[in-house]
Ligand binder design. Sequence first.
Ligand code: BGC
Length: 416
Amino acid sequence: MRSIKTLAAGAAIIALAAGAAKAEESVEVLHWWTAGGEAAALNVLKQNLQKEGVSWKDMPVAGGSGVQAMTALRARVTSGDPPTAVQMLGFDIRDWAEMGVVGNLNDVAQKQGWDKVIPAALQNFAKYDGNWIAAPVNIHSTNWLWINKAALDKAGGKAPTNFDELVAMLDNFKSQGIIPLAHGGQPWQDGTLWEAVVLSVGGADFYKKAILDLDTAALSGDTMRKVFDDMSKLKTYFDPNFSGRDWNLTSALVIEGKAGAQEMGDWAKGEFLRANKKPGTDFVCIRFPGTQGNVLFNADQFVMFDVGGDKRDAQLKMAAAVEDPSFQIAFNTVKGSVPARTDVPGDQFDDCGKKGIQDVAEAAAKGTLMGSLAHGYAQPSAIKEAIFDVVTQHLNGQISTDEALKRLPEAVAAAK
Ligand code: BGC
């Protein structure tokens, strides 16, 4: 008879062998979720996949909005060694699909009924030539303002609803001796603030005309002049160290009460939550004043590169895990975004999340759910970057408003 000890050793060997077999199935994931709230959300996905026997090889490339991650991706693909899965936004997804290097997710999409539950605005980018080529993780939006609640209370407690009220609040923050408006001076952050101001000054029709249609008159007319003037005004509320500062360090200033407010996408909420701050108690989330009822969206999606048969099963498991409704809740409540599926209940989301879900649904219904320029959903990268150049140079005082109005349509035309 075999001893208990031998049986136990045998069981251990079997367990090890099973572990080794599981470890063979893995995904290498390129992403830019390196800030505290982002990494916490990503962990939810890592753990879910590990439970399914898929191990995770992390390829983080820091840099908000993924500019550096996309450079790293190009290098990997050029050297013939693409990662298995890549976080990606809007037009970049389309570019890679056009090159014919991404995998087809139709099987899992059909099994989980993605066609019925993923909003059309996302399908527009997640499908190419009628085939699913990306798994949307979430819906973020960029036209938010994050306000320190104690500072707002001292300023009278009423959140601003238009530009004049915003300026009055910022003046009050100034008199409190804190940084009125926390901003990180990087082109994508300048662009994120600018697109909110475009929407605030001109409304949804103007955003569509200028940013989605690239109408020359809209890019150089009086409404755009007011946009640049408002940007110059907002800059007077930045602190002297804004240049080059990362978005999460900028959020930290608001979290710690060193600054009053930050304009940023709802990934900023992930940082507040990570710091144990509660919406409505420690911070207040509002639509950027003047943009209520309209949403500039961006959605993180995972694109699976065509890396050969043996990795495919793990890729499909990852895509299925991403669209699982309970994952959508667990991930997005931490990340600050709202679910990419319309059938996921919102009751476990905090008040900012609930507002986000409702805003997206309302904007989609009335046709004002519009792609964010700064986060890849309004124009291809070349045009986005051409616009960033003008916006950043103007914000840094290198060119005047007259010059910006002249340069904007020229830069867009050259990048087309
Ligand atoms: C992404 C977010 C991310 C943010 C800052 C955005 O483009 O969609 O998921 O948190 O950049 O890195």
